[in-house]
Design a binder for this molecule. Structure first.
Ligand SMILES: Cc1cc2nc3c(=O)[nH]c(=O)nc-3n(C[C@H](O)[C@H](O)[C@H](O)COP(=O)(O)OP(=O)(O)OC[C@H]3O[C@@H](n4cnc5c(N)ncnc54)[C@H](O)[C@@H]3O)c2cc1C
Length: 496
């Protein structure tokens, strides 16, 4: 496929659609989008940035770019780490949806919020806190406040109550999508003009799921209804430490499988290993041996359960049950090292900081050596320890600290496993080592049947889709219908 490098005439056309203040090819502005791309190793600088406000403007831009064969990469908050930036050259148009930032409706009875793509986690959280304090929107737990609810859904991310309610995609009910063929489609029950967004599977086969994980390759989502959940006052975090990922995995699964009255109350269940603590500080300023962290009371591995309940009585029961399951596991012959398994008494300030939303928990990984890359895989929960052992081995082989974060999705039905590669982004050879790690681990992981979420266009997508040719065939066929000139985010997901 080849794409047109946009020229002055194309810029004039964009200005004609959105007005002169909202379309530019100014180098400082186009390059500023790349600055957000903290984790995108392959991002390009767009040739034009355009910032529509209305659905009809989005439609006109897409129709024009399709006609002219100009690539378009949509961006909501741009904080998916660079995944919203163009991947090819000519890079084409970056469509920044930040001006479409209205919170259109909150319905407490049917329990949804309707938002435009530019609504950020911080804005929605603050709005709900002020006007609907008993309800919590599905914001990404660790993403920056300036990331958006919409961007996270399209990425199929994880929200602050993912362990109870499932991945972020499951929190989305209905959407309005503009395709480059000029069609505006409403999914789920929204397909009927007078229906509320109360049923995501709509009139028949569900189209919205096709857009989950599409990463801007299919069309532009201009509106969505997301579920909201009660936000009770009775909350706490409990934690247990252990010295290996298998005990972490197995005891957490024991809790997850209880389901009713216990794991439904565990909104965020996340664990990891001690290098997660170390790499939040500049590399040259802190000790790098475990002994130091052990003295500070940090176990080699741990698991946290953030629990929400409707009353203190209910919360006490959840906490006691989880502690009871951990005690029982510790005494069982399944426990690999009972001596290392112990409750971790968290300081009230640690609990308070964990509960603060949106938190900025993931940002400090840039302190270690400036560059960091979150690479995220989904595995069945009972395979996450195997994943961690394998991945950490490869990280160490290539000279990176073995940093591993793991969280439960939907009460341990899946694990989201996130190695954090901390590297020196000023060194070319570090980029090569990062890609070596990525390639070796991707080849191994695909053989185990594990899935990459947010695949990168050079390693994950080609290696994955080359093993799923029939799936890719239909993905491409669908894209051809909605995006006949293949202008949407070309390169991403290996499409076209
Ligand atoms: C420090 C840090 C911490 C993070 N922690 C978390 C976390 O806890 N949980 C989590 O799930 N994620 C996390 N992430 C990943 C990411 O921030 C989230 O997924 C985030 O919500 C993305 O939102 P965004 O608005 O920035 O998306 P963007 O970067 O704007 O877009 C994401 C993708 O969707 C496409 N896209 C965006 N908007 C549209 C649209 N309207 N129509 C069609 N396509 C579109 C883009 O092209 C891109 O491929 C983290 C990232 C960072 C940098």
């Amino acid at each position: 496929m080849s794409y047109k490098l946009p020229d002055e005439k194309d810029l004039e056309a964009m200005i004609g659609i959105v007005g002169k203040n909202y379309a530019t090819n100014n180098k400082a502005i186009t390059a500023s989008y790349l600055a957000k791309s903290v984790m995108g190793l392959e991002s390009q600088i767009a040739d034009i940035v355009v910032r529509p406000k209305y659905v009809e403007e989005v439609r006109k831009i897409l129709l024009y770019c399709s006609e002219e064969k100009i690539a378009v990469s949509p961006i909501s908050g741009g904080l998916s780490g660079g995944f919203a930036c163009p991947t090819i050259k000519p890079a084409g148009v970056q469509m920044d949806l930040g001006r479409m930032n209205r919170i259109l409706e909150i319905d407490e009875d049917n329990r949804y919020a309707v938002v435009e793509p530019g609504v950020t986690n911080g804005e929605l959280w603050a709005y709900m806190h002020k006007h609907h304090p008993d309800w919590a929107p599905p914001i990404a737990d660790g993403a920056p406040p300036a990331a958006t609810v919409m961007g996270d859904a399209i990425d199929r991310g994880f929200a602050l109550y993912t362990s109870s309610t499932g991945p972020q995609g499951d929190n989305f009910m209905c959407a309005e999508v503009v395709f480059p063929n000029g069609d505006i489609v409403r999914t789920g029950s929204w397909a009927l003009p007078f229906a509320k967004p109360f049923y995501k599977y709509g009139l028949g086969p569900d189209m919205w799921s096709f857009l989950m994980g599409s990463q801007g390759t299919m069309g532009v989502i201009t509106k969505a209804a997301v579920k909201i959940y009660p936000h009770p006052d009775s909350k706490t975090v409990i934690a247990w430490g252990m010295d290996n990922p298998y005990d972490m995995q197995d005891v957490t699964l024991d809790v997850g499988k209880l389901e009713f009255g216990v794991s439904h109350n565990t909104v965020m269940v996340q664990g990891g290993n001690w290098p997660l603590v170390m790499t939040r500080w500049p590399k040259d300023k802190i000790p790098q041996d475990y002994e130091f962290y052990e003295k500070a009371g940090i176990s080699q591995w741990w698991m946290n359960w953030e629990c929400w309940a409707q009353s203190q009585k209910e919360l006490d029961n959840v906490v006691e049950t989880i502690n009871g399951v951990c005690e029982k596991y510790k005494k069982s012959n399944r426990c690999r090292n009972p001596d290392a398994m112990k409750p971790w008494e968290l300081h009230p300030k640690q609990i308070a900081s964990r509960m603060k939303k949106p938190n900025k928990i993931a940002v400090p990984y840039s302190f270690w050596e400036a560059g960091f890359l979150f690479i995220t895989w989904y595995t069945p929960w009972n395979e996450c320890a195997h994943f961690a052992e394998m991945y950490n081995g490869v990280l160490e082989k290539y000279g990176f600290p073995p940093v591993m974060w793991i969280a439960s999705i939907e009460r341990c039905r899946q694990a989201i496993c996130m190695p954090i590669i901390c590297f020196d982004s000023t060194k070319d050879e570090d980029f090569e080592r990062v890609q070596e790690v990525n390639r070796e681990t991707t080849e191994y992981s695909l053989k185990q049947g594990w899935l990459n979420y947010r695949p990168d266009p050079y390693i994950h997508a080609p290696l994955t889709y080359s093993q799923a040719a029939m799936y890719w065939k239909y993905l491409r066929a669908w894209k051809k219908i909605v995006d006949p000139n293949m202008i949407m985010h070309p390169g991403r997901l290996g499409l076209p």
